[in-house]
Design a protein around this ligand. Structure first.
Ligand code: UDP
Ligand code: MN
Length: 377
């Protein structure tokens, strides 16, 4: 072999060895990475990232949980606060075009309601189309004058009456002087079925006649719900005239020792006036008994038992219910429904009238019933 050919062969072998060694080295290196365990710095870093990530995920989750919990707490508190703070006041305002004095009465009523309120009232008006536009003007004006916000909701009287048709049908046959007269109208029995008309989120409500005038914050009257016994469904003030002495004349002559129809101030039971009614809507909706109590058989039984000849709408029923089931009616202070009507005084009851109209409490609400003017104060 010639030296040049030999050296070429050596060079070729050397190149092969270098390539071989490089290959081995490369493969080795690759293996290091491919077989690297958790302890490899790369992996370690990754693990630590992962663990940091999972820790922070955990932390974030806890944070989210805390935030979520506090959000739920906040929502619960806010809902409770809203529920607690909104005072649902109901009133009926119908046939106003044909009863224009009602317009003036409503202005006095709404003005006094807003004047003493602390801006936390939801006002619900059961009305008809024509009366609603009159009410809207009065409401807008009063709210503008006092710069107060009141949530106002209107309900159609015919629609509302439809929802309580069964109750109206029973009541009007017993507690109206003649069906078709003033008090036989459905509107005089609406309070007895308000739990069907009012939105379900309302648990308690106060219904007030439009011929009234507040001298106090209605919020104070809502506190009376706290004094309801566990069976009480309604809260009403005493009737301050001898009307039920008159209505119960037959029963009283057969039961001379009865307290029914006697004046409250002498420990008697004068009946109730429905110018102001506290209504425990939630209990009424949940009551297993109420539908039966306002049913025809039950009302007929009461009317016959007490030989009751009523004509004053819902308050006749409340008066009978208070006689039969006193636990269902909470009596509110006479100052919260200070009636001014003296009609019975000149109808043979002049000698006893003062015993009935007596109310020594501070006047919180005037009730100008039977069209009696309300004092300006
Ligand atoms: N009412 C009404 N339109 C009428 C009559 C009565 O909206 O035509 C409403 C109004 O809220 C009124 C309540 O029904 O205050 C009860 O009637 P009213 O006060 O005249 O009866 P009273 O208290 O004199 O027995
Ligand atoms: Mn009235």
């Amino acid at each position: 072999m010639r030296p040049s050919r030999r050296s070429k062969l050596f060079a070729k072998i050397a190149i092969c060895i270098v390539i071989f060694l490089s290959l081995v080295y490369y493969l080795n290196l690759t293996n290091v990475f491919l077989n690297s365990s958790d302890s490899s710095p790369f992996e370690a870093q990754n693990t630590s990232h992962r663990s940091n990530f999972s820790t922070s995920l955990k932390n974030n989750k806890t944070l989210l949980q805390i935030q979520n919990n506090s959000l739920t707490n906040c929502i619960n508190k806010c809902t409770a606060a809203l529920k607690k703070q909104l005072y649902n006041v109901w009133c009926i305002f119908t046939k106003v075009a044909s009863n224009s004095p009602m317009k003036r009465k409503f202005r006095t009523f709404f003005d006094s309601l807003v004047r003493f309120s602390s801006g936390d009232i939801a006002f619900h008006l059961i009305t008809d189309e024509e009366s609603q536009s009159i009410a809207e003007n009065i409401i807008d004006y009063v709210l503008f004058v006092y710069r107060k916000r009141v949530q106002v909701q209107y309900y159609n009287v015919h629609k509302s009456a439809k929802e309580i048709e069964d109750i109206v049908s029973v009541m009007s046959s017993f507690f109206s002087s003649k069906p078709g007269t003033y008090y036989s109208d459905a509107l005089f029995f609406i309070s007895l079925g308000l739990h069907r008309i009012a939105p379900l989120n309302q648990d308690m409500a106060i219904m007030v006649d439009a011929d009234t005038k507040f001298r106090s914050n209605i919020k104070e009257l809502f506190k009376e719900f706290d004094h309801f016994n566990k069976d009480a469904l309604f809260g009403l003030g005493p009737e301050l005239s001898p009307v039920y002495r008159h209505v119960l004349f037959l029963y009283r002559s057969k039961n001379p020792k009865t307290i029914f129809g006697e004046p409250g101030y002498l420990g008697g039971y004068p009946g109730y006036n429905s110018g102001v009614i506290l209504i425990h809507l939630k209990r009424l909706r949940e009551s297993l008994e109420y539908d039966q109590i306002v049913g025809r058989d039950s009302v007929e039984h009461l009317v016959e038992k007490y030989e009751f000849k009523g004509h004053l709408g819902d308050q006749d029923f409340y008066t009978l219910l208070g006689m039969e089931r006193p636990e269902m009616i909470h009596t509110i202070d006479c100052g919260w429904n200070r009636q001014l009507c003296t009609w019975w005084k000149d109808r043979g009851y002049a000698d006893v009238f003062a015993n009935y109209s007596r109310c020594n409490s501070e006047v919180k609400l005037w009730h100008g019933n039977c069209n009696t003017p309300i004092p300006v104060d």
